[in-house]
Design a protein around this ligand. Sequence first.
Ligand SMILES: Cc1cc2nc3c(=O)[nH]c(=O)nc-3n(C[C@H](O)[C@H](O)[C@H](O)COP(=O)(O)OP(=O)(O)OC[C@H]3O[C@@H](n4cnc5c(N)ncnc54)[C@H](O)[C@@H]3O)c2cc1C
Length: 430
Amino acid sequence: MSISHISKSIYQLDITPPDFLGPLTKDIKCDIAIIGGGLTGVSTALSLSEKGYNVCLFEAGSIGDGGSGRNGGQICQGWSTSFEKLSKYIDPEFHQDIWLTGIEGPPLIKDRIEKYKIDCDVQWGYVHTAIHKGHMRELDDYQRSFEQRGYSELTTIPDKSSLFNYICSDAYIGGLYDGGSGHLHPLKYLIGLAKAATKAGANIYTNSPISHITTNKHKNKLITEKGFIITAEQLVICGNVYLGSVSPKKLRRRIAPVTSSVMATEPLSKSEMEDTIPSKAAIADGNTALNYFRIDKQNRLIFGGRASYLNTDPPNVEADLKNRLKAVFPNLMHKKIIQAWSGRIGVTVNRIPDFGRVSDTAIYVQGYSGHGVAFSGVAANILSEAATGYSKRFNQLIKVPHIPFPGGPLRTPILALGMNWHKMKDYFQI
Ligand SMILES: Cc1cc2nc3c(=O)[nH]c(=O)nc-3n(C[C@H](O)[C@H](O)[C@H](O)COP(=O)(O)OP(=O)(O)OC[C@H]3O[C@@H](n4cnc5c(N)ncnc54)[C@H](O)[C@@H]3O)c2cc1C
């Protein structure tokens, strides 16, 4: 059922998540059951238990075993696709609300770090870099569209010499700085949220894979792999792309797993840091199979990239990422790589998160398409509203149509072919 990974992430080497209540060992009843101990599930547990609901969360392995404990740590505001594309499906009177929803993520992270005193190495500042003129035009459009709606954190970086104040690399010709986005240690943040949820009364069961879900308009019945039964008034499904075959069919075909990989170097010296990312910002470039990187609070370069629709951990992660690193920072090729790992990103065809209902009493979200660190907290607030009453945002977002990915035995090869086409477009700067 669950996806197993070849390597732990650097974060999982830094810190071992607590077991919380450990595995479920008896049948139980609760108001609201949540499947998935990633950023979405845990944030939902926190929001609901803060409101006084009796919440039980079930995680197949340890907290953060999915994408949430394996990502690049980049906090990026905004929707994972242009708002213009999303707004076509939203009633005009809700446009501003839904636009604001997209930028709620980073301030929510800031508030939670402060409120719960979560020590998670947060650093603000983010640079979108441009490889060619086409990317610069896209960044100009992005800036114009955000500023028209009142977002004032963006600064144009018009050329290479100004870019060197932020990032010293010949791979890029300019970029856009965003003071409202940034980066953090995702597993430290997630564990901080999980501890806060527990303190607020949430019951977190780890090593408790759910192997069967039955839902109807009155209640939900979940069965764990060990055969224990959970009866819940409401169900919130946050297993994302890791749900596998337990996922109701409707959800399964609406997302595809994209495998992305990340590596961590040994710590950089002070002068190496000044010669690479003097601004300490998180960086992402404009390609479909983008490179994303940052220097963390331990002075390690956390460098991510490559993307594949093949649903397995790829071999040669370190060699492949080092090739990409060479194009960006050839001066760092001598640094030792202390860890390299992969994980699955849930992607929808239109790159808009897929919110929906499985029954009158069961809701879900999935497919942040690479933007979940910031957006998961917001999505969790929307799910909490919907699970406990009326949510105008949920009701708008479930109207977005999500066409299924091609299915059947050819699913993976077809998806892989599609990805190669996008990579080729980047290469030829189409
Ligand atoms: C390599 C990589 C790099 C990324 N980099 C970034 C980045 O820099 N910035 C960014 O914003 N996003 C990034 N992402 C995406 C981001 O990590 C995800 O969007 C986010 O973590 C999704 O959180 P989630 O809680 O919805 O899902 P997940 O974190 O995937 O959690 C799902 C959880 O559900 C559990 N589960 C599944 N099925 C069951 C079951 N049957 N029973 C019990 N538990 C179950 C899984 O074990 C898992 O822990 C990256 C992802 C990857 C893989």
